[in-house]
Ligand binder design. Structure first.
Ligand SMILES: Cc1ncc(C[n+]2csc(CCOP(=O)(O)OP(=O)(O)O)c2C)c(N)n1
Ligand code: SF4
Ligand SMILES: [Mg+2]
Length: 241
C-alpha cells in the first residue's frame, strides 16, 4: 500500500456493473487485510476478467496474464515469503484458461491464497459459456442453453480439497449479509493460515453477473441462491488450519 488510508477505500473507484458480485468480495478481502494489520505487507494479484475493473491505484499487485496469476503469485511468494499474497481471479481465468496453474499451485501446497469469483461465465468478454456454466444456461456461445446431457459444471474446490491436502478450501456466496459474513470468516481463516505457513488456501465465491445473465440485480441474487447452489454447495471442504 502506497498510502496510509483505510484499506477498503483503496479499491475505489471501481467500474463494475450495478449488482455485480466482484465489488463486495474485493471489499471483504481488504477488510480482512486491514483487520490483520497487513495493509503494508500485502500483494493483490489479479487475473484477466472483470477483476480488472478494480481501478485500484493504492494496492500493490500484478495484473497477470490470463490464467497465470497462480503461477505469478507462487513465484512472488518465494521471493517474499513473509508477505501476504492473494490471487484474485474469475472462474474462466482460474478454472478454464488457467486450470493448469491453479492445480499446480494446490498440488505444490503453495503458501498463497486463491479467491475465485464464480459467476458461471466469461463475464468481461460478453458472457461466453465456461466449464462453470449451468446446464440449460443461455450464454452468448450457448444460445439454446448449455446442453443438459453434457458434462456437469466443474467443481474445482471439491477436486482440490479431495486431492491435494490443502490448508483451507471453502465455497461462499454474496447472496445475503449472513453469507457475506461467512465469506469474511473464510477469508480470515485463509489469510491466517497463509501467514502461519500452512500451505494452499482457496475460497470460491458464487457471485451475480446481472449484465450477462440478462437479469436485474435482485433476480440475479435469487439465481445465485437457488439455481447456482444446486451445482455449487456452500461450505468448507478442507480445513487443517
Ligand atoms: C490468452 C487470452 N485469452 C482470452 C482472452 C480474452 N478474455 C479476457 S477476459 C476473459 C473472460 C474472463 O472470464 P472470468 O475469468 O470468468 O472473469 P469474469 O469477467 O467473469 O469475472 C477472456 C476470455 C485474453 N485476454 N487472453
Ligand atoms: S459483466 Fe458481469 S462480472 Fe463483469 S462487471 Fe458486469 S456484472 Fe460484473
Ligand atoms: Mg466469470
Amino acid at each position: 500500500m502506497a498510502k496510509n488510508i483505510k484499506a477498503p477505500e483503496a479499491l475505489k473507484p471501481h467500474r463494475f456493473c450495478p449488482g455485480c458480485g466482484h465489488g463486495v468480495i474485493a471489499r471483504v478481502i481488504m477488510e480482512v487485510i486491514e483487520s490483520r494489520g497487513l495493509t503494508n505487507n500485502f500483494i493483490l494479484n489479479r487475473g484477466v476478467g472483470c477483476c480488472c475493473n478494480l481501478r485500484s491505484i493504492e494496492v500493490d499487485g500484478l495484473q497477470c496474464s490470463h490464467g497465470r496469476s497462480c503461477a505469478s503469485t507462487r513465484a512472488m511468494k518465494l521471493l517474499a515469503p513473509d508477505t501476504c499474497f492473494v490471487t484474485y481471479q474469475g472462474d474462466g481465468d482460474a478454472y478454464v484458461i488457467g486450470l493448469q496453474e491453479t492445480l499446480n499451485a494446490a498440488y505444490a501446497k503453495s503458501n498463497i491464497t486463491l479467491i475465485t469469483v464464480n459467476n458461471s461465465n466469461f463475464g468481461m468478454t460478453g458472457g461466453q459459456m465456461a466449464w462453470t456454466t449451468l446446464p440449460g444456461q443461455i450464454t452468448t456461445t450457448s444460445p439454446y442453453g448449455r446442453p443438459v446431457d453434457g458434462p456437469l459444471p466443474i467443481q474445482i474446490p471439491e477436486m482440490i480439497a479431495n486431492s491435494f491436502d490443502p490448508a483451507f478450501v471453502a465455497r461462499a456466496s454474496v447472496q445475503s449479509p449472513a453469507e457475506i459474513n461467512k465469506l469474511k470468516k473464510y477469508v480470515e481463516k485463509a489469510i491466517d493460515a497463509q501467514m502461519a505457513g500452512k500451505g494452499f488456501t482457496m475460497i470460491e465465491v458464487l457471485a451475480p453477473c446481472p449484465t450477462n445473465w440478462g437479469l436485474t440485480p435482485e433476480k440475479a441474487i435469487e439465481h445465485v441462491a437457488t439455481d447456482m447452489q444446486k451445482y455449487y454447495p456452500l461450505g468448507v471442504f478442507a480445513d487443517r488450519t
